[in-house]
Design a protein around this ligand. Sequence first.
Ligand SMILES: O=C(O)C1=C[C@@H](OP(=O)(O)O)[C@@H](O)[C@H](O)C1
Ligand SMILES: C=C(OP(=O)(O)O)C(=O)O
Length: 419
Amino acid sequence: MNITITPKKLSGEVSVVSSKSLSHRYLIAAGLSKGTSVIENILDSDDLDATKEALKSLGVIIDGNQITGGNLKTVKDTIDAKESGSTLRFMIPIAMLLRDKITFTGQGRLPKRPLDVYFDIFKQKHCYYNQLTTDYLPLEVKGQLKPGFYQVQGDISSQFLTGLLFALPLLKKDSVIELITPLESKGYIDLTMDVLKSFGIQIVHIDEFIYIKGSQSYLPQSVTVEGDYSQAAFWMVAGLIGNHIELFNLALDSKQGDKKIIDIIKEMNGNITYKSLSKSYVVEPSLTKGATIDLMHVPDLGPILMVLAALSEGTTKFINTSRLRIKESDRLQAMYEVLIKFDVDMEILGDEAIIHGKKILKGHQSFDSYGDHRITMAIAIAAIKADGPVTILNAGVVNKSYPEFFKVYQSLGGAIHES
Ligand SMILES: O=C(O)C1=C[C@@H](OP(=O)(O)O)[C@@H](O)[C@H](O)C1
Ligand SMILES: C=C(OP(=O)(O)O)C(=O)O
Protein backbone atom coordinates (compact mmCIF):
# COMPACT_ATOMS: atom_id res chain seq x y z
CA MET A 1 0.00 0.00 0.00
CA ASN A 2 1.35 3.41 -1.02
CA ILE A 3 -0.05 6.55 0.57
CA THR A 4 -0.01 10.04 -0.90
CA ILE A 5 -0.60 12.90 1.49
CA THR A 6 -1.58 16.37 0.33
CA PRO A 7 -0.26 18.68 3.05
CA LYS A 8 -2.98 19.92 5.38
CA LYS A 9 -3.04 20.86 9.03
CA LEU A 10 -4.69 18.25 11.25
CA SER A 11 -7.12 19.05 14.04
CA GLY A 12 -9.73 17.31 16.16
CA GLU A 13 -10.00 14.55 18.75
CA VAL A 14 -8.14 11.25 19.01
CA SER A 15 -8.82 8.32 21.27
CA VAL A 16 -5.27 7.03 21.53
CA VAL A 17 -4.64 3.41 20.52
CA SER A 18 -3.86 0.83 23.25
CA SER A 19 -0.30 0.53 24.51
CA LYS A 20 1.79 -2.03 22.64
CA SER A 21 4.18 -2.56 25.54
CA LEU A 22 1.40 -3.08 28.07
CA SER A 23 -0.56 -5.37 25.73
CA HIS A 24 2.47 -7.68 25.33
CA ARG A 25 3.13 -7.68 29.06
CA TYR A 26 -0.44 -8.28 30.23
CA LEU A 27 -0.93 -11.08 27.70
CA ILE A 28 2.25 -12.83 28.78
CA ALA A 29 1.62 -12.38 32.51
CA ALA A 30 -1.90 -13.73 32.00
CA GLY A 31 -0.50 -16.66 30.03
CA LEU A 32 1.76 -17.51 32.95
CA SER A 33 -1.07 -17.26 35.51
CA LYS A 34 -2.95 -20.37 36.63
CA GLY A 35 -6.56 -19.58 35.69
CA THR A 36 -8.36 -17.08 33.50
CA SER A 37 -7.46 -13.40 33.24
CA VAL A 38 -9.58 -10.82 31.47
CA ILE A 39 -7.67 -8.19 29.51
CA GLU A 40 -9.71 -5.41 27.96
CA ASN A 41 -8.50 -3.29 25.03
CA ILE A 42 -5.58 -5.47 23.95
CA LEU A 43 -3.88 -3.76 21.01
CA ASP A 44 -4.97 -5.33 17.72
CA SER A 45 -1.81 -5.30 15.58
CA ASP A 46 0.70 -7.61 13.89
CA ASP A 47 3.07 -7.56 16.88
CA LEU A 48 0.33 -8.57 19.28
CA ASP A 49 -0.81 -11.32 16.91
CA ALA A 50 2.73 -12.66 17.14
CA THR A 51 2.65 -12.68 20.94
CA LYS A 52 -0.79 -14.33 21.01
CA GLU A 53 0.33 -17.05 18.58
CA ALA A 54 3.53 -17.59 20.57
CA LEU A 55 1.56 -18.03 23.78
CA LYS A 56 -0.87 -20.43 22.09
CA SER A 57 2.11 -22.47 20.87
CA LEU A 58 3.03 -22.89 24.53
CA GLY A 59 -0.42 -24.05 25.62
CA VAL A 60 -2.09 -20.76 26.58
CA ILE A 61 -5.76 -20.55 25.62
CA ILE A 62 -6.85 -17.19 24.22
CA ASP A 63 -10.52 -16.56 23.61
CA GLY A 64 -11.10 -12.88 22.84
CA ASN A 65 -10.14 -10.95 25.94
CA GLN A 66 -10.03 -14.10 28.13
CA ILE A 67 -6.61 -15.62 28.63
CA THR A 68 -6.29 -18.97 30.36
CA GLY A 69 -2.77 -19.91 31.27
CA GLY A 70 -0.57 -21.57 33.81
CA ASN A 71 -0.21 -24.88 32.03
CA LEU A 72 2.80 -24.42 29.80
CA LYS A 73 3.37 -27.20 27.25
CA THR A 74 4.68 -27.39 23.72
CA VAL A 75 1.68 -27.36 21.40
CA LYS A 76 3.72 -26.16 18.43
CA ASP A 77 7.51 -26.27 18.29
CA THR A 78 7.99 -23.28 15.97
CA ILE A 79 7.27 -19.73 17.08
CA ASP A 80 7.17 -16.95 14.50
CA ALA A 81 7.82 -13.64 16.23
CA LYS A 82 7.09 -11.86 12.90
CA GLU A 83 8.85 -8.47 13.17
CA SER A 84 8.35 -8.04 16.89
CA GLY A 85 11.51 -7.72 18.98
CA SER A 86 9.40 -7.69 22.13
CA THR A 87 7.71 -10.99 21.26
CA LEU A 88 10.99 -12.69 20.43
CA ARG A 89 13.00 -11.47 23.40
CA PHE A 90 10.16 -11.89 25.91
CA MET A 91 9.23 -15.39 24.75
CA ILE A 92 12.69 -17.01 24.47
CA PRO A 93 13.24 -17.50 28.24
CA ILE A 94 9.58 -18.51 28.65
CA ALA A 95 9.96 -21.21 25.98
CA MET A 96 13.04 -22.35 27.88
CA LEU A 97 10.94 -23.10 30.96
CA LEU A 98 9.98 -26.25 29.00
CA ARG A 99 12.34 -29.02 28.04
CA ASP A 100 11.46 -29.29 24.34
CA LYS A 101 13.40 -27.90 21.43
CA ILE A 102 11.63 -24.81 20.11
CA THR A 103 12.55 -22.92 16.96
CA PHE A 104 12.05 -19.16 16.79
CA THR A 105 11.67 -17.50 13.39
CA GLY A 106 11.08 -13.89 12.41
CA GLN A 107 10.47 -11.57 9.47
CA GLY A 108 11.70 -8.25 8.12
CA ARG A 109 14.70 -6.98 10.06
CA LEU A 110 14.11 -9.15 13.13
CA PRO A 111 16.58 -11.92 12.12
CA LYS A 112 19.30 -9.25 12.15
CA ARG A 113 18.41 -7.62 15.47
CA PRO A 114 20.85 -8.72 18.19
CA LEU A 115 20.34 -11.65 20.54
CA ASP A 116 23.93 -11.84 21.81
CA VAL A 117 22.92 -10.82 25.32
CA TYR A 118 20.94 -14.07 25.58
CA PHE A 119 23.68 -16.09 23.91
CA ASP A 120 26.19 -14.87 26.51
CA ILE A 121 23.83 -15.94 29.28
CA PHE A 122 23.11 -19.31 27.71
CA LYS A 123 26.85 -19.94 27.48
CA GLN A 124 27.26 -18.99 31.17
CA LYS A 125 24.47 -21.41 32.10
CA HIS A 126 25.21 -24.18 29.61
CA CYS A 127 21.80 -23.90 27.93
CA TYR A 128 21.41 -25.21 24.38
CA TYR A 129 20.92 -22.76 21.53
CA ASN A 130 21.66 -23.08 17.87
CA GLN A 131 21.59 -20.43 15.15
CA LEU A 132 20.55 -22.17 11.97
CA THR A 133 22.06 -19.56 9.63
CA THR A 134 24.44 -16.62 9.91
CA ASP A 135 21.46 -14.47 11.03
CA TYR A 136 20.14 -14.58 14.59
CA LEU A 137 17.03 -16.38 13.32
CA PRO A 138 15.93 -19.10 12.86
CA LEU A 139 17.10 -20.00 16.34
CA GLU A 140 16.68 -23.29 18.18
CA VAL A 141 16.56 -23.21 21.97
CA LYS A 142 16.07 -25.99 24.44
CA GLY A 143 15.44 -25.68 28.17
CA GLN A 144 15.77 -25.79 30.92
CA LEU A 145 16.45 -22.28 32.00
CA LYS A 146 18.37 -22.41 35.28
CA PRO A 147 18.04 -20.24 38.39
CA GLY A 148 21.08 -18.60 39.94
CA PHE A 149 23.38 -15.68 39.28
CA TYR A 150 23.15 -13.89 35.93
CA GLN A 151 25.35 -11.15 34.57
CA VAL A 152 23.45 -9.21 31.94
CA GLN A 153 24.29 -6.25 29.70
CA GLY A 154 21.73 -3.48 30.16
CA ASP A 155 22.68 -1.23 27.28
CA ILE A 156 21.74 -3.24 24.19
CA SER A 157 18.03 -3.77 24.79
CA SER A 158 15.96 -3.81 27.96
CA GLN A 159 13.87 -6.54 26.34
CA PHE A 160 16.36 -9.24 27.42
CA LEU A 161 15.89 -8.26 31.01
CA THR A 162 12.11 -8.20 30.67
CA GLY A 163 12.20 -11.71 29.19
CA LEU A 164 14.26 -13.00 32.14
CA LEU A 165 12.04 -11.22 34.66
CA PHE A 166 8.99 -13.01 33.26
CA ALA A 167 10.55 -16.48 33.42
CA LEU A 168 12.90 -16.58 36.44
CA PRO A 169 10.19 -16.30 39.16
CA LEU A 170 8.77 -19.61 37.90
CA LEU A 171 11.97 -21.57 38.54
CA LYS A 172 12.22 -23.46 41.82
CA LYS A 173 15.23 -21.59 43.21
CA ASP A 174 16.08 -17.88 43.56
CA SER A 175 17.97 -15.84 41.00
CA VAL A 176 20.00 -12.64 41.06
CA ILE A 177 20.70 -10.53 38.00
CA GLU A 178 23.66 -8.19 37.99
CA LEU A 179 23.55 -5.50 35.33
CA ILE A 180 27.11 -5.28 34.08
CA THR A 181 26.49 -2.22 31.87
CA PRO A 182 24.10 0.67 32.64
CA LEU A 183 20.44 -0.03 32.04
CA GLU A 184 19.02 1.84 29.03
CA SER A 185 15.30 2.05 28.14
CA LYS A 186 14.82 1.91 31.91
CA GLY A 187 11.15 2.90 31.77
CA TYR A 188 10.36 -0.41 30.08
CA ILE A 189 11.82 -2.33 33.03
CA ASP A 190 9.77 -0.22 35.43
CA LEU A 191 6.73 -1.10 33.32
CA THR A 192 7.61 -4.81 33.45
CA MET A 193 8.05 -4.69 37.24
CA ASP A 194 4.75 -2.88 37.62
CA VAL A 195 2.87 -5.49 35.57
CA LEU A 196 4.62 -8.35 37.39
CA LYS A 197 3.65 -6.80 40.72
CA SER A 198 0.02 -6.55 39.68
CA PHE A 199 0.09 -10.28 38.80
CA GLY A 200 1.50 -11.11 42.26
CA ILE A 201 5.19 -11.47 41.37
CA GLN A 202 7.76 -9.91 43.69
CA ILE A 203 11.05 -8.61 42.39
CA VAL A 204 13.48 -6.32 44.18
CA HIS A 205 15.68 -3.96 42.19
CA ILE A 206 18.52 -2.27 44.09
CA ASP A 207 21.08 -0.38 42.03
CA GLU A 208 22.63 -2.82 39.55
CA PHE A 209 21.19 -5.91 41.25
CA ILE A 210 17.77 -7.50 40.73
CA TYR A 211 16.63 -10.15 43.18
CA ILE A 212 14.04 -12.69 42.01
CA LYS A 213 12.62 -15.25 44.39
CA GLY A 214 11.96 -18.68 42.89
CA SER A 215 8.75 -20.78 43.16
CA GLN A 216 6.47 -17.78 42.71
CA SER A 217 3.02 -17.95 41.10
CA TYR A 218 1.34 -15.52 38.75
CA LEU A 219 -2.23 -14.76 39.82
CA PRO A 220 -4.88 -14.12 37.14
CA GLN A 221 -6.13 -10.53 36.90
CA SER A 222 -8.73 -8.36 35.21
CA VAL A 223 -7.02 -5.38 33.63
CA THR A 224 -7.60 -2.79 30.93
CA VAL A 225 -4.82 -1.69 28.61
CA GLU A 226 -4.36 2.09 28.67
CA GLY A 227 -3.48 4.29 25.69
CA ASP A 228 0.03 4.38 24.24
CA TYR A 229 2.18 7.46 24.89
CA SER A 230 4.67 6.49 22.15
CA GLN A 231 1.86 6.58 19.57
CA ALA A 232 0.23 9.65 21.11
CA ALA A 233 3.51 11.47 20.43
CA PHE A 234 2.74 11.47 16.69
CA TRP A 235 -0.58 13.27 17.24
CA MET A 236 0.98 15.64 19.78
CA VAL A 237 3.54 16.74 17.21
CA ALA A 238 0.75 17.00 14.60
CA GLY A 239 -1.00 19.43 16.96
CA LEU A 240 2.14 21.50 17.58
CA ILE A 241 2.85 21.95 13.86
CA GLY A 242 -0.82 22.04 12.82
CA ASN A 243 -3.97 22.86 14.74
CA HIS A 244 -5.66 22.13 18.06
CA ILE A 245 -5.67 18.37 18.85
CA GLU A 246 -7.25 16.77 21.92
CA LEU A 247 -6.07 13.33 23.03
CA PHE A 248 -8.16 10.94 25.11
CA ASN A 249 -7.39 7.54 26.68
CA LEU A 250 -3.99 8.47 28.15
CA ALA A 251 -3.50 7.73 31.86
CA LEU A 252 -2.08 10.66 33.80
CA ASP A 253 -0.43 8.29 36.31
CA SER A 254 0.94 6.01 33.58
CA LYS A 255 4.17 4.10 34.15
CA GLN A 256 5.04 4.24 30.44
CA GLY A 257 8.50 5.73 29.97
CA ASP A 258 7.43 7.55 26.80
CA LYS A 259 5.17 9.76 28.91
CA LYS A 260 8.40 11.80 28.90
CA ILE A 261 7.13 13.25 25.61
CA ILE A 262 5.08 15.72 27.65
CA ASP A 263 8.18 17.13 29.40
CA ILE A 264 10.14 17.24 26.17
CA ILE A 265 7.37 19.15 24.37
CA LYS A 266 7.15 21.63 27.24
CA GLU A 267 10.91 22.06 27.24
CA MET A 268 10.70 22.87 23.53
CA ASN A 269 8.15 25.57 24.28
CA GLY A 270 5.21 23.50 23.04
CA ASN A 271 1.75 24.22 24.36
CA ILE A 272 0.35 21.01 25.89
CA THR A 273 -1.98 20.88 28.89
CA TYR A 274 -3.90 18.19 30.73
CA LYS A 275 -7.60 18.83 31.36
CA SER A 276 -8.65 16.88 34.45
CA LEU A 277 -12.36 17.27 33.78
CA SER A 278 -12.29 15.58 30.38
CA LYS A 279 -9.16 13.52 31.20
CA SER A 280 -7.54 14.67 28.00
CA TYR A 281 -4.38 16.34 26.77
CA VAL A 282 -4.86 19.43 24.62
CA VAL A 283 -2.13 20.41 22.19
CA GLU A 284 -2.12 23.83 20.51
CA PRO A 285 -0.04 25.03 17.55
CA SER A 286 3.23 26.35 18.97
CA LEU A 287 6.46 28.02 17.97
CA THR A 288 8.67 25.26 19.31
CA LYS A 289 12.36 25.81 19.96
CA GLY A 290 15.39 23.53 19.70
CA ALA A 291 16.65 21.71 22.81
CA THR A 292 18.95 18.90 23.85
CA ILE A 293 17.07 15.61 23.87
CA ASP A 294 18.42 12.42 25.44
CA LEU A 295 17.03 9.32 23.72
CA MET A 296 18.71 6.83 26.09
CA HIS A 297 15.49 5.80 27.82
CA VAL A 298 12.96 6.81 25.14
CA PRO A 299 14.27 5.45 21.82
CA ASP A 300 10.81 5.03 20.28
CA LEU A 301 10.26 8.80 20.48
CA GLY A 302 13.33 9.37 18.28
CA PRO A 303 11.78 9.52 14.79
CA ILE A 304 8.86 11.81 15.64
CA LEU A 305 11.01 14.08 17.82
CA MET A 306 13.40 14.45 14.90
CA VAL A 307 10.45 15.69 12.83
CA LEU A 308 9.56 18.16 15.58
CA ALA A 309 13.19 19.31 15.71
CA ALA A 310 13.18 19.80 11.93
CA LEU A 311 10.22 22.17 12.32
CA SER A 312 11.39 23.99 15.45
CA GLU A 313 13.29 27.24 15.65
CA GLY A 314 17.05 26.83 16.14
CA THR A 315 19.11 23.72 16.71
CA THR A 316 18.18 20.48 18.45
CA LYS A 317 20.83 18.10 19.65
CA PHE A 318 19.90 14.45 20.18
CA ILE A 319 22.21 12.46 22.42
CA ASN A 320 22.43 8.67 22.97
CA THR A 321 21.02 7.88 19.56
CA SER A 322 22.98 4.78 18.59
CA ARG A 323 20.42 2.20 19.77
CA LEU A 324 18.04 3.63 17.17
CA ARG A 325 20.16 1.70 14.69
CA ILE A 326 18.97 -1.71 15.95
CA LYS A 327 15.22 -1.28 15.65
CA GLU A 328 12.91 -2.24 12.75
CA SER A 329 15.27 -0.22 10.56
CA ASP A 330 18.45 1.72 11.22
CA ARG A 331 16.27 4.58 12.45
CA LEU A 332 19.09 7.06 12.78
CA GLN A 333 20.20 6.58 9.18
CA ALA A 334 16.56 6.39 7.98
CA MET A 335 15.64 9.69 9.64
CA TYR A 336 18.82 11.27 8.32
CA GLU A 337 17.91 10.26 4.76
CA VAL A 338 14.28 11.31 5.21
CA LEU A 339 15.09 14.74 6.64
CA ILE A 340 17.85 15.45 4.10
CA LYS A 341 15.29 14.63 1.40
CA PHE A 342 12.86 17.06 3.04
CA ASP A 343 15.74 19.58 2.68
CA VAL A 344 16.48 19.78 6.40
CA ASP A 345 20.00 20.39 7.65
CA MET A 346 20.94 17.36 9.79
CA GLU A 347 24.22 15.78 10.74
CA ILE A 348 25.17 12.67 12.68
CA LEU A 349 28.24 12.95 14.86
CA GLY A 350 28.94 9.60 16.50
CA ASP A 351 26.23 9.03 19.06
CA GLU A 352 24.70 12.48 18.50
CA ALA A 353 22.43 13.95 15.86
CA ILE A 354 22.10 17.66 15.21
CA ILE A 355 19.08 19.10 13.43
CA HIS A 356 18.65 22.72 12.35
CA GLY A 357 14.97 23.61 12.15
CA LYS A 358 13.11 25.27 9.30
CA LYS A 359 9.52 26.34 8.56
CA ILE A 360 8.59 24.36 5.45
CA LEU A 361 9.75 20.99 4.14
CA LYS A 362 10.34 20.06 0.53
CA GLY A 363 7.37 18.15 -0.89
CA HIS A 364 6.55 16.69 -4.33
CA GLN A 365 8.54 13.59 -3.44
CA SER A 366 8.14 9.96 -2.53
CA PHE A 367 9.76 8.27 0.45
CA ASP A 368 10.53 4.68 1.34
CA SER A 369 8.90 3.47 4.54
CA TYR A 370 12.15 1.68 5.42
CA GLY A 371 9.84 -1.20 6.41
CA ASP A 372 9.42 0.63 9.71
CA HIS A 373 6.13 1.72 11.29
CA ARG A 374 7.63 4.59 13.26
CA ILE A 375 9.53 5.99 10.25
CA THR A 376 6.30 5.80 8.20
CA MET A 377 4.27 7.62 10.83
CA ALA A 378 6.99 10.24 11.28
CA ILE A 379 7.05 10.97 7.52
CA ALA A 380 3.23 11.21 7.48
CA ILE A 381 3.29 13.83 10.25
CA ALA A 382 6.17 15.73 8.60
CA ALA A 383 4.08 15.86 5.39
CA ILE A 384 1.75 18.32 7.15
CA LYS A 385 4.44 20.96 6.62
CA ALA A 386 5.60 20.02 3.11
CA ASP A 387 5.18 22.39 0.17
CA GLY A 388 3.68 19.67 -2.02
CA PRO A 389 2.35 16.10 -1.91
CA VAL A 390 4.34 13.41 -0.13
CA THR A 391 4.10 9.75 -1.06
CA ILE A 392 5.12 6.96 1.32
CA LEU A 393 5.80 3.62 -0.35
CA ASN A 394 4.86 0.42 1.46
CA ALA A 395 3.10 2.40 4.20
CA GLY A 396 1.12 -0.68 5.33
CA VAL A 397 3.98 -1.40 7.75
CA VAL A 398 2.06 0.70 10.30
CA ASN A 399 0.15 -2.55 10.95
CA LYS A 400 3.01 -3.57 13.24
CA SER A 401 1.77 -1.30 16.00
CA TYR A 402 -0.98 1.01 14.70
CA PRO A 403 -3.20 -0.41 11.92
CA GLU A 404 -5.67 2.47 12.31
CA PHE A 405 -3.02 5.18 11.96
CA PHE A 406 -4.08 6.46 8.51
CA LYS A 407 -7.80 6.25 9.39
CA VAL A 408 -7.15 8.47 12.39
CA TYR A 409 -5.04 10.77 10.21
CA GLN A 410 -8.00 11.17 7.85
CA SER A 411 -10.45 11.68 10.71
CA LEU A 412 -8.33 14.70 11.73
CA GLY A 413 -8.84 16.20 8.28
CA GLY A 414 -5.76 14.70 6.61
CA ALA A 415 -5.93 14.38 2.83
CA ILE A 416 -4.82 10.87 1.97
CA HIS A 417 -4.89 8.99 -1.29
CA GLU A 418 -4.17 5.26 -1.27
CA SER A 419 -2.76 3.46 -4.30
O1 LIG B 1 9.90 -3.50 26.40
C1 LIG B 1 9.27 -2.92 25.51
O2 LIG B 1 8.01 -2.95 25.43
C2 LIG B 1 10.03 -2.15 24.50
C3 LIG B 1 11.34 -1.78 24.75
C4 LIG B 1 12.11 -0.89 23.88
O3 LIG B 1 13.16 -1.62 23.32
P1 LIG B 1 14.68 -1.56 23.87
O4 LIG B 1 14.69 -1.99 25.27
O5 LIG B 1 15.38 -2.50 22.97
O6 LIG B 1 15.13 -0.14 23.71
C5 LIG B 1 11.25 -0.27 22.77
O7 LIG B 1 12.08 0.23 21.75
C6 LIG B 1 10.26 -1.26 22.20
O8 LIG B 1 9.46 -0.65 21.20
C7 LIG B 1 9.34 -1.77 23.26
C1 LIG C 1 11.30 -1.26 18.47
C2 LIG C 1 9.99 -1.51 18.48
O1 LIG C 1 9.41 -2.68 18.78
P1 LIG C 1 10.03 -4.14 18.96
O2 LIG C 1 11.40 -3.99 19.54
O3 LIG C 1 9.09 -4.84 19.85
O4 LIG C 1 10.08 -4.77 17.59
C3 LIG C 1 9.05 -0.39 18.22
O5 LIG C 1 7.85 -0.60 18.37
O6 LIG C 1 9.47 0.72 17.84
